[in-house]
Design a protein around this ligand. Sequence first.
Ligand code: FAD
Length: 274
Amino acid sequence: MLSFEVFPPKEEAAFEPVEAAAFEIAKLSPAFMSVTYGAGGGTSKYTVEIAADLKEKFGVTSLAHLTCVASSREHVHRVVERLKEHEICNIMALRGDIPKDGVIHHDYKYASELIAELKTLGDFCIGGACYPEGHVESATKAEDILHLKEKVNAGCDFLTTQMFFDNDLLYNFLYQIREKGITVPVVAGIMPVTNAKQMKRILSMSGAYIPSKFRAIVDKFGDNPAAMRQAGVAYATDQIVDLIANGVNAIHVYSMNKPDVAAQIKSSLSEIIV
Ligand code: FAD
């Protein structure tokens, strides 16, 4: 099962090109498409609009992200009402990052609170985020998995992972969470890194482990955009092939509003994911 993610624009002026990119990706007939949610909730109307258009114009199952830590309960309920109006029943329920200015509403502290509340607001299929390398704020992976279990118990129907660049991290994580009794399906999130700048951002934001095999690619091709793009897509595709060979069948590609990258990955897997 192959699915793709898009992110909404920050402002109205960029809406059309972003929606056009989302539509191009929709033409690839993914299992579903997710639409992220701007950290502070300011772009929520675009998330709902794009998720609704994907569903209504392309018949693609859409998964709308929703964050809570920087929003009031009233705002969250308004967004949920809009999702219901469009009959969008799949929600990726997140806490969101703590805003840099530190301004947070105190209606929700953790994603688990949002998830429990969504359960009372409608018949939603609810996803939660998980972190094969542990969430950056957690002192240990074990502690993060403990909180993950609470989150799943609050009502997660499935989990999607943070990006990772070494599949062994995922295999180890799956073993650990299954051992702790977390049995919901886990969708593997794969990020095709197509330029060196993106790699620097990933490192500073997520602290993801970068295997030496991938560092060598960035060192060799980082200054050559076309070669870096090709090598980044090949690396992501290779990761996906290995995941599927090892029984991880749900793959979510962080396609970053790039239809060409999504199309290339899909076509490279044409006989593998049918
Ligand atoms: P939580 O599950 O609430 O966890 C946050 C931290 O709190 C973790 O360290 C956890 O271990 C800890 N914790 C949880 N419960 C407790 C407790 N009871 N006591 C003490 N500690 C606890 N961000 C966006 O802004 N928009 C998006 O659209 C978006 N989409 C994402 C999609 C995926 C698949 C992933 C992996 C991340 C996404 N993010 C998005 C980023 C996400 O918002 C951040 O990683 C955020 O910092 C954590 O969100 P969460 O929902 O995982 O939080």
